[in-house]
Design a protein around this ligand. Structure first.
Ligand code: SAM
Length: 286
């Protein structure tokens, strides 16, 4: 649910958790109803531009680096030699930009269902799309569930599910059948990572179910990494990694410590720290 009040605050209400998040906005820049979702962009007073889908905050200029670095780099430094990467969703292109920072990556295909999201990113979030011209990048607009269905067996090294919440067009991306197909298209040693909602609000529900479903889908190891995300429900978010014949609780620490990428959050210590789950999450997953 969203609301631009007379006093110019954008508010996202998290009804089921009795909480809300607001940003002071100066202008509405875009309001589009695509075939899939309602897309809005606002200029805010202190967070830069804000993208909203179906009333839910997707990203702001100010803090999107947290999410995009944490959905991309832990998975890429966990895989032993990532060359072929696929992103399902991610239409704002911020994840794509992070993946393309890895010089060993040879090809990245991004499949978002909604071209309007990418068009909005091109207009209002130019820093996110600045790597889109990289010859290793391929941008497709299609349903990610169908794309995965049609993909060849054992053809992908790292599969990133950068989706909206598990309702509407993204619902199918959280189902066991979809995870089984993700397992099928990953090579041995492959790593999958999925945005997995709030540790505070969803550890005992969505995250726990996703972890169980990943195991049921055939993945040998699973790790949930929490990280701060001020503009999402509870101000705290997570990604969940799953490994096909590989352990996602360890990663290439030397490479993660010695890269020369200009990152703002991800470090070898941030990755280690995120793997050290707090007791309440361990308990929820037991
Ligand atoms: N960081 C965001 C979050 O966690 O709230 C997600 C950002 S990204 C904008 C999410 C994207 O997933 C949207 O652009 C949406 O169009 C896309 N998406 C949703 N369902 C999809 C599907 N079935 N196939 C491909 N893309 C999908």
């Amino acid at each position: 649910m969203s609301d631009l009040r007379d006093d110019q605050w954008f508010t996202e209400v998290f009804d089921s958790h009795g909480s809300a998040f607001s940003l002071k906005v100066s202008e509405k820049l875009l309001d589009v109803q695509s075939p899939y979702q309602h897309l809005e962009v606002y200029a805010t007073e202190t967070y830069g531009n804000l993208m909203v889908l179906d009333g839910c905050v997707m990203l702001t200029d100010r803090d999107n680096f947290l999410y995009h670095e944490m959905i991309a780099h832990p998975a890429l430094f966990t895989h032993q030699d990532p060359k072929r990467v696929v992103i399902i969703g991610g239409g704002d292109c911020g994840t794509l930009k992070e993946v393309l920072r890895h010089p060993g990556v040879e090809k990245v295909t991004q499949i978002d269902i909604d071209e309007e999201v990418t068009k909005a990113a091109e207009r209002f979030f130019p820093s996110l799309v600045e790597a889109n011209g990289d010859p290793r990048a391929e941008l497709l607009f299609a349903d990610g569930v169908k794309w995965v269905d049609d993909a060849a067996d054992e053809s992908i090294d790292v599969l990133i599910i950068d989706s909206t919440d598990p309702v509407g067009p993204a619902e199918g991306l959280f189902k066991t059948d979809f995870l089984k197909r993700c397992h099928r298209i990953l090579k041995s040693g492959g790593v999958m990572v999925q945005q997995s909602e709030s540790p505070l609000y969803h550890s005992g529900s969505i995250i726990r179910e996703l972890r169980n479903d990943m195991r049921e889908a055939g993945f040998d190891s699973v790790a949930t990494l929490p990280f701060p995300q001020p503009v999402y429900p509870s101000g705290w978010w997570s990604v969940t990694l799953a490994g096909k014949s590989t352990n996602v609780e360890s990663f290439r620490e030397e490479a993660a410590a010695s890269h020369e990428m200009p990152l703002q959050y991800y470090t070898v210590d941030a990755h280690r720290g995120a793997l050290a789950l707090p007791p309440f999450m361990r308990k929820a997953f037991a």
